[in-house]
Design a protein. Structure first.
Length: 198
């Protein structure tokens, strides 16, 4: 289903299933996940060509809720809380983990997760643990390597191979992306459109 990407709206923030927005039973969902400061909100704004649809912050760990967005009345995109920010209190980390787990367990028609990794960083234990969650809940994911403009063309390919080589799963796709240069945005939109509701 082709999305126009110009009819987008913020629906609601929530952290428990009973607070999730009411979503039509025939509308699919995708979720954006990854470490704090990896660029989840920036990616969503880039996809929708809106600079302020999803709130961004220079302070990692600020997003602590699930944020639901509707795209063209045909798809719901959920921005999950980031993880891995050391200065966040332990209790908050536990709450985030519970919030994300409940979403993975309860979300209806969750068809794909965009799993974001900074192209400049190797996946760490928390990244691999999150991937294990996705595998456990049998959720397909698309690897999005963000901030591609921060490395040279040669480094881009070397870093891509290095990261993929450390992910213990097979059969997944990846896209190199930069919100600054728009690299990969068209391909990512096309991939997401496969999950929009007809």
């Amino acid at each position: 289903m082709k999305l126009v990407w110009n009819k987008t709206r913020f629906m609601k923030s929530a952290n428990v299933p009973k607070e999730y927005p009411k979503i039509s039973h025939h509308i699919n969902q995708i979720a954006i996940c990854g470490r704090s400061n990896v660029g989840k909100s920036t990616l969503l704004n880039e996809l929708c060509s809106q600079s302020k649809l999803a709130k961004t912050s220079k302070t990692p760990g600020k997003t602590q809720l699930l944020n639901f967005f509707e795209i063209d009345e045909k798809l719901v995109v959920v921005d999950l809380p980031g993880y891995g920010f050391a200065k966040v209190p332990d209790k908050v980390k536990v709450d985030w983990g519970k919030t994300i787990t409940e979403y993975l367990e309860n979300a209806q028609r969750l068809e794909l997760l965009l799993f974001l990794l900074d192209i400049r960083r190797d996946p760490n234990s928390e990244d691999l643990e999150f991937l294990h969650w996705l595998h456990h809940y049998q959720k397909p994911f698309l690897l999005v390597l963000t901030k591609a403009d921060k490395v040279t063309k040669n480094e881009l390919e070397l870093r891509t191979k290095a990261i993929i080589g450390q992910i213990p799963y097979e059969g997944f796709e990846y896209i190199q992306h930069s919100s600054k240069s728009h690299q990969g945005t068209y391909d990512l939109r096309q991939k997401i459109e496969q999950y929009a509701t007809s």
